[in-house]
Write a protein that binds this ligand. Structure first.
Ligand SMILES: Cc1ncc(COP(=O)(O)O)c(C=O)c1O
Length: 457
């Protein structure tokens, strides 16, 4: 570990003793001491006391400007007044019915107005949305295989947990990625049905169609890959992917769990002007409550209506999440809100660019909609393999240095990105910029030292 990083981690430990205590206790009863593997990191994760608006407090009472925002699920910010009002007003009318109610049509209608779908069904998590989307596509196409992109994350079900973060030694040649299970317990038959291609490389997709003629039900794709920092699609990639799937009689599933609410009013479909067959939504559509949805054309969704494809869930459309979702769409994610967030993000991205250049830091700054990222690789990433070149130690230095100065710049892990919420203010962005300005020279210095050490080796 280089000296600058070690110093920041020591400071982190001095500032956050209560998080360490809470983590030590949690380790006795909870694997890794956390409820999702993504939340575990060394030396121990920050434990939260509370969040308000665009800010968060840890157990020791340290305040942070929060650009993690629950892994991007909170473009609304913490406890947005409109969401709180809607939830409070429903709380005493029952929290789960397991029966239909009128908010279902209302929210379905809101979604159909924003995204190019005719009908929707709801769930609680992104994992459910992509799982049902894949099943629906398989049923509609009468085929079993799907194609996903190397490095893309679509949730935790067996079809999706393939080649999520495979190691360099096991991934095969460029353009012909090998499918690698994302952990133990995934049946080999599932891995065999999930074919893997390289993002931004249409030929690699074509190759899979050619190798498995008439067998591919769907291509599932995050329009912007957001589990390798931010990986933008090259010009025309998504529209050509659309054509290719059509040529091969396969469905195109847009996993808009992240982009759906945060990229633009109408998600990536609107932003890129590409119409997929199935759209998956989750995270920020619920304003902080568990809510997801998947939608498609009437013909595809009718497979559920005809009892050919099964879909259910006890907590689907629970009134609390639905009230939060309605408030989020109607009062939070407005056209004006996108303008506000876009303006703040442009300011932040511009400052990051200026500061990295001025400090001599070799890094790329990429952003779109409410999201942005500093990637410790000189050029932006075009696919998962590019992202493997990111200097992770330098990233850790950046993250802990920002945290120690009161800015939770993004979720922990260098595959994530910052989110700006509608509740962030100009002052929050100015503070973020000032802290990065303070930290950047030390990062540039550490980068030079690390390069010199690597050159000697
Ligand atoms: C693109 C994408 N799809 C699906 C998921 C899974 O969503 P959830 O964690 O709500 O199951 C995630 C979660 O990070 C995601 O980023």
């Amino acid at each position: 570990m280089h000296e600058g990083l070690a110093r920041e981690i020591t400071q982190y430990e001095q500032r956050t003793p209560r998080s360490r205590q809470a983590h030590t206790r949690a380790l006795e009863r909870i694997p890794l001491g956390v409820a999702s593997n993504y939340r575990a990191y060394d030396p121990y994760p920050l434990f939260v006391k509370e969040g308000k608006g665009g800010h968060l407090w840890d157990l020791d009472g340290n305040e942070y400007i929060d650009f993690n925002l629950s892994f991007g699920a909170l473009m609304a910010g913490h406890s947005h007044p409109a969401v709180v009002r809607a939830v409070e007003s429903r709380l005493r009318g029952g929290t789960a019915y397991g029966m239909p109610h009128e908010m279902e049509w209302e929210l379905a209608d809101e979604i159909c107005k924003r995204y190019p779908v005719d009908m929707v069904r709801f769930g609680s998590t992104g994992t459910e949305a992509t799982m049902h989307a894949v099943r629906l596509a398989r049923a509609a196409a009468g085929r079993d295989r799907i194609i996903k992109f190397e490095g893309a994350y679509h949730g935790l079900h067996d079809a999706a947990l393939v080649s999520v973060k495979p190691h360099l030694e096991e991934i095969g040649p460029p353009g012909e990625p090998v499918a690698v299970p994302g952990g133990a317990g995934i049946p080999a038959s599932h891995v065999a049905n999930t074919l893997v291609a390289s993002f931004n490389d249409l030929r690699s997709v074509e190759r899979q169609f050619e190798k498995h003629p008439g067998q591919v039900a769907a291509v599932i794709c995050e329009p912007i890959m957001m589990n390798v920092g931010i990986c933008m699609p090259l010009d025309g990639f998504l529209s050509k992917l659309r054509e290719l799937t059509q040529q091969h009689g396969a469905f195109l599933i847009f996993d808009e769990v992240k982009t759906g609410a945060k990229l633009a009013w109408g998600g990536a479909c609107e932003y890129f002007g590409v119409k997929p067959d199935i759209v998956c939504l989750a995270k920020s559509i619920g304003g902080g409550l568990p809510l997801s949805a998947f939608g498609a054309t009437r013909a595809v969704m009718d497979l559920i209506g005809q009892h050919k494809v099964f879909h259910g869930g006890t907590y689907n459309t629970n009134p609390i999440s639905m009230a939060a979702g309605l408030a989020t769409f109607r009062e939070v994610l407005t056209r004006d809100a996108y303008q506000h967030v876009d303006r703040l993000n442009r300011k932040l991205l511009g400052a990051y660019l200026r500061i990295t250049e001025a400090s001599g830091l070799k890094a790329s700054v990429v952003g779109a909609g409410a999201n942005g990222v500093l990637l410790f690789r000189p050029a932006p990433v075009r696919n998962y393999r590019d992202w493997l070149e990111v200097d992770t130690e330098l990233w850790r230095h950046y993250w802990f240095a920002m945290v120690n100065r009161g800015v939770l710049a993004q979720p922990y892990w260098w595959d994530e990105q910052w989110t700006i919420s509608v509740q962030h203010t100009e002052a929050d962005i100015d503070r973020h910029i000032a802290v990065f300005q303070e930290v950047a020279p030390a990062l540039a210095h550490a980068q030079k030292e690390r390069e010199q050490v690597a050159a000697v080796r």
